[in-house]
Design a protein around this ligand. Structure first.
Ligand code: NAD
Length: 435
């Protein structure tokens, strides 16, 4: 199959590289020349474990190439994937579909022969209809089928998620697309990954329903954590106690500073807006959004309380800036609001992240960036773990204590045992632990 991926970001580049690894001929397109230039030179513009090897191997084998020239790439394609960004629209929170529609217009002018156009970006119900309308309007002779194929990969584990998905969802209205999509995913299909065919609108909604449910699950356990702190219970045990129930499941039950990242915040908001537009509001999700929004600054206040209520002039070390480990993605990271709250209260903040500091700099001004966790903690009045990178899981607590101004550890991911930390002379504050 000749596959073209429009948009070579976290999703487009991973999907394109994995499709090439399946044996397809893939061209990844991006409108940012510097991104394409870097990729042509063997540099990966994002941090995603294992991606460099797959890109290098498939580029070397001649199955994966990169270009800014959408027109010639699309001309010979069997399937064209749209994997451009769909951020929140400024002002109202609807998904901004400008990039998707712009890509559709460019594709319309370039297609030749029967081509399946696949929306991989997360898009609201009805977007596939509009993509089809745009293409037909721009090029009435275009022979196309427009398909929805949402992506469920997680940053940080993207390759494995893409190659071993729980399911592949394909929404279509033109039966000619079915054999093409089956061929595109053939290796996974042969491996028995469920390939779920639905209508296009259903497929579009599945993606939002999945993300909203996961965001709700996280928010649920976060509220239980707050209750645990008030009633003298331990959320880690509550989580295990309910997660072992097969109807509930243990995943996404880790209490923390609130969900962030490039998907959950914008997708929950977009779903709520769509539902309002269709006069069928999703109140559970509206509440989830509101609870999560207030949580991030509350985490900042938790740090302030842990150092005694007044942090003016004090130094706080923040470990982990990205929204989760194993990515360099800073979009909507909880660390941004936590740090802002600390700065608003007059603290001096030092930050360290293994991969996220380049992306953090423009988003988090006025903080000092350290080269490692101990440099960050030097003379600090508290260390705050915001993101659970592996290298923060086994800090040398004696060393840490010896270099800090006062030994306070605020563990927003519950990666330490309270008794272990206090045994080293620290004051410890976790999430949902009544200590
Ligand atoms: P991204 O911002 O990393 O990448 C998008 C890329 O598209 C950018 O490099 C941009 O330059 C390029 N682009 C935009 N318009 C273009 C055009 N007309 N032609 C060529 N290139 C163009 O975004 P992402 O994180 O990869 O997300 C893409 C979509 O996938 C979004 O809808 C997102 O919601 C969805 N998604 C993301 C994830 C994730 O974990 N990041 C997971 C599942 C789904």
């Amino acid at each position: 199959m000749r596959i073209v991926m429009i948009g070579s970001g976290y999703v487009g580049l991973v999907s394109g590289a994995c499709f090439a690894d399946f044996g397809h001929d893939v061209i990844c397109v991006d409108k940012m020349p510097e991104k394409i230039e870097a990729l042509k030179n063997g540099q990966i513009p994002i941090f995603e474990p294992g991606l460099d090897m797959i890109v290098a191997n498939n580029a070397k084998a001649g199955r994966l190439s990169f270009t800014t020239d959408l027109k010639s790439a699309v001309a010979d394609a069997d399937a064209v994937f749209i994997a451009v960004g769909t951020p929140s629209r400024r002002g109202d929170g609807h998904a901004d579909l400008a990039y998707v529609y712009a890509a559709a217009r460019e594709i319309a002018a370039a297609v030749t022969g029967f081509t399946v156009i696949v929306t991989k970006s997360t898009v609201p119900v009805g977007t596939g209809d509009e993509v089809e309308r745009i293409i037909r309007e721009e090029n009435p002779s275009a022979d196309i089928a427009v398909v929805s194929n949402p992506e469920f990969l997680r940053e940080g584990a993207a390759i494995d998620d893409f190659k071993r998905p729980d399911r592949i969802v394909v929404g279509l209205s033109d039966e000619r697309a079915r054999p093409v999509m089956t061929e595109v995913y053939r290796p996974l299909y042969l491996n028995q990954s469920p390939l779920l065919f639905t209508t296009r609108r259903t497929s579009e909604l599945i993606k939002y329903a999945a993300n909203a449910f996961l965001a709700m699950k996280i928010t649920f356990i976060n509220e239980m954590a707050d209750l645990c702190e008030k009633v003298g219970a331990d959320v880690q045990d509550v989580s295990r106690g309910i997660g072992l129930d097969g109807r509930i499941g243990a995943k996404f039950l880790h209490a923390g500073p609130g969900y962030g990242g490039s998907c959950f915040p914008k997708d929950t908001l977009a779903l709520a807006k769509t539902a309002q537009d269709f006069d069928s509001p999703v109140r559970l999700i509206e509440t989830t959004i509101a609870v999560n929004d207030t949580r991030k600054r509350a985490m900042g206040r938790k740090v302030i309380a842990a150092v005694g209520g007044d942090i003016r002039g004090k130094k706080i070390a923040v470990l982990g800036l990205t929204f989760k480990p194993n990515t360099d993605d800073m979009r909507d990271s909880p660390a941004i609001a936590v740090v802002q709250t600390l700065q608003d209260a007059g603290a001096k903040v030092t930050g360290y992240d293994p991969e996220g500091m380049v992306n953090a700099r423009p988003l988090m001004e006025g903080i000092e960036y350290a080269t490692g966790p101990y440099e960050a903690a030097q003379d600090a009045d508290a260390v705050v773990i915001v993101t659970e990178w592996n290298q923060f899981r086994a800090l040398d607590l004696d060393r840490l204590k010896s270099i800090m101004a006062s030994p306070v550890l605020v563990d927003l991911r519950n990666i330490y045992r309270p008794d272990e930390v206090t045994a080293h002379g620290f004051t410890y504050a976790g999430i949902g632990r009544s200590s």
